[in-house]
Design a protein around this ligand. Structure first.
Ligand SMILES: Nc1ncnc2c1ncn2[C@@H]1O[C@H](COP(=O)(O)OP(=O)(O)OP(=O)(O)O)[C@@H](O)[C@H]1O
Length: 321
């Protein structure tokens, strides 16, 4: 009889304001119930999941890793995917959300809890290859991956402010912030006074365009950012394409046009301030300005931008529908 080797867990205990620890306990109980052996690699500092993934690969030697469970927020999942892609390891991930935003979970299997997700890994065993984006930073020669979104300008600013808002309050207030996504909503209001404006050049599938006054540029793999805020409804996660969304010419009139679309109608097509274009190969350049950016919710230092994006894929075990 085929005996799978043990379950490798990479967990971020402090994700979701401590939710990571609670979910890890629940997961261990479920695995005990199935009499599965497991080993838990726990993150102790930012970016630690990169190193832990490398250690896990190294320590398994020639043995196949059947089960890799990731527990944490989108940031931890990003780090694991990034390392697997960089090391060219085709190990399917089983992801259990424990973060603040959880946009990946919201996009792919929003209703499933830890038990259903683990049962999907153990009994469904159908690997799903889902599209991710691979990027190359031509200024730093760095490569990386995107599971949810890469954002420039206003989105990155809001994301950074939301994190600062969460860090500045007591744990009990942080819990409330988490529950109602208040840190993000507060950050949106705070950022409206300091909307960035920059000139963007982009090339999609060989055709180059210039946007004189861009404020927010998103390369999206999911319509959601910041824990369920729907910023576009033309982005189809299963479409295997890069979706570029540009918010441009943002004046106070534009803000009045956009806010009801984001929070109520979700009608983005008819806004004169929002463009969307899809394709397979994308290059983004912000040469004359310096902009803040974010990838999967983690802030990247302000600077000029020259990035190429293409499609890649990552294997996952998903729960049964
Ligand atoms: N022990 C730790 N202490 C501090 N930071 C950590 C630790 N472990 C991981 N991190 C960093 O925390 C960041 C956020 O992690 P993660 O996304 O998992 O949780 P979250 O922010 O609560 O959730 P979400 O991204 O869904 O909002 C990541 O960049 C990760 O590198």
């Amino acid at each position: 009889m085929y005996m799978p080797n043990r379950v490798h867990i990479i967990s971020h205990p402090r994700s979701g304001n401590g939710k990571g620890t609670i979910i890890l306990k629940e997961v261990m109980q479920i695995l005990d119930g199935f009499q599965l052996e497991y080993i838990n690699y726990q993150t102790n500092y930012a970016t630690h999941a990169n190193l832990l993934t490398k250690e896990m690969i190294h320590s398994s030697g020639d043995r196949t890793i059947d089960y890799l469970l990731v527990i944490g927020g989108d940031g931890t999942l990003h780090e694991v995917v990034d390392t697997l892609q960089e090391s060219k390891q085709n190990i399917p991930i089983t992801y259990i959300p424990a973060g603040t935003g959880n946009d990946f979970h919201r996009t792919w299997y929003p209703k499933a809890g830890p038990r259903e997700i683990i049962e999907g890994m153990l009994f469904n065993r159908q690997v799903q290859d889902i599209p991710i984006f691979l990027f190359e930073n031509h200024l730093s020669n760095r490569q990386g991956t995107v599971i949810n979104s890469y954002g420039l300008g206003l989105d990155a600013l809001i994301n950074a402010r939301a994190k600062a808002n969460l860090a500045s309050v007591s744990p009990s207030v942080a819990k409330l912030y988490h529950r109602f996504n208040l840190a993000y909503l507060k950050a949106i209001v705070e950022s409206l006074n300091t909307i960035p404006h920059f000139c963007l050049e982009y090339t999609m599938d060989g055709t180059t365009y210039l946007v004189d006054d861009a404020s927010m540029v998103l390369v999206m793999n999911t319509p959601y950012i910041g824990g369920g805020i729907r910023l576009d409804n033309r982005t189809q996660p299963r479409a295997h394409e890069l979706s570029l969304v540009i918010y441009h010419d943002i004046t106070s009139d534009a803000v009045r046009d956009i806010i009801p679309r984001v929070f109520k109608s979700h009608d983005y097509q008819s806004s004169p301030y929002i463009n969307q274009i899809s394709g397979q190969h994308l290059r983004l350049k912000v040469v004359h300005d310096s902009v803040l950016s974010q990838v999967d919710g983690e802030t990247i230092q302000q600077g000029p931008i020259d990035l190429s994006f293409r499609l890649g894929s990552q294997s996952f075990y998903f729960p049964k529908k």
